[in-house]
Design a protein around this ligand. Structure first.
Ligand SMILES: [Zn+2]
Length: 275
């Protein structure tokens, strides 16, 4: 190679490496390029600060219009592993200036996103807090009483509705609309299995509300006006059973999430059914 190469300074090399998290910028590679060495005072580096436009005349993608300073600037460099730096110089039409600049930009943006992401441990802690909140949302009479023992179907429907809102938004309201507790909606849960279960719970709750509306229209149940007061009689016993079983199912799913989240202290009072 000619002697007048426009090599990068050590500072520019460091900058190129650190801005991409010391990983190769080739999106198909992303190999780690820095690591520990057996010598406790040393580290291993298999990365290269490669020139996008060659450092010397005759080299790959050499641009004669560039000044020497431009050629050795941060803008003209890309951090790659040794094999990818070989690769880009072996096929300059495939690995164009535009393509390499795109690799560089994307690799840098990827590190920003990675830095902003919560660590797995942190997100688990947040998840457990959210699970605790959702479990508390189910700790209400609408999930304890048999459907026939409900005092007022309208209130029951409202309780189910506010539970759905709490799961979706993280806001739990009282009957009067006061905000009791605030967390985040189920979509914020990072653990995908737990999130799926929370979505399933909301699906079941939504089905309960829909079924209740139909049952009302079809007069599948009516309020008993004997001295017991406030209790309901279902003409359709299968439907009555379905309302009880579907809420039992909700509690079962929530219990399984609580168990997995290590929330052993949370338990749901058992209701007593006919079966
Ligand atoms: Zn590579």
């Amino acid at each position: 190679m000619p002697s007048n190469r426009d090599d990068f300074s050590q500072g520019t090399k460091d900058l190129l490496a650190k801005r991409v998290g010391c990983r190769c910028s080739n999106p198909a590679c992303r190999k780690l390029t820095y690591g520990a060495n057996d010598d406790p005072t040393a580290f291993t580096n298999i990365g290269v600060a490669a020139h996008i436009c060659a450092a010397a005349e005759g080299g790959p993608r050499y641009d004669s219009a560039m000044s020497s300073d431009e050629r050795k600037s941060y803008e003209n460099g890309i951090w790659l592993c040794q094999s990818c730096s070989k690769l880009i110089d072996s096929d300059v039409s495939r690995y164009s200036v535009d393509k390499l600049n795109r690799w560089k930009r994307n690799a840098e943006e990827a590190t920003i996103l990675e830095l902003e992401e919560a660590s797995p441990i942190q997100s688990t802690v947040q998840d457990v807090e959210l699970i605790k909140f959702y479990a508390q949302c189910l700790d209400r009479s609408a999930f304890r009483d048999q459907i026939s023992q409900e005092g007022c179907m309208e209130d029951f429907d409202k309780a189910i509705e506010s539970t759905i809102i709490a799961f979706n938004t993280g806001i739990l309201r009282t009957r009067d609309g006061d905000i009791l507790k605030q967390a985040e909606g189920k979509a914020a849960v990072q653990n995908s299995e737990w999130r799926d279960k929370l979505f399933t719970i909301v699906d079941i709750l939504t089905a309960i509300r829909r079924r209740l509306k139909i049952a009302e229209k079809e007069q599948s149940f009516f309020q008993r006006d004997d001295s017991c007061g406030g209790f309901y009689y279902f003409r359709d016993h299968e439907l009555e059973e379905w309302f009880d079983r579907s809420r039992e199912e909700v509690l079962k799913i929530m219990s399984s999430v609580c168990r997995e989240a290590g929330l052993h202290e949370l338990h749901f009072p058992r209701r007593y059914y006919r079966w």
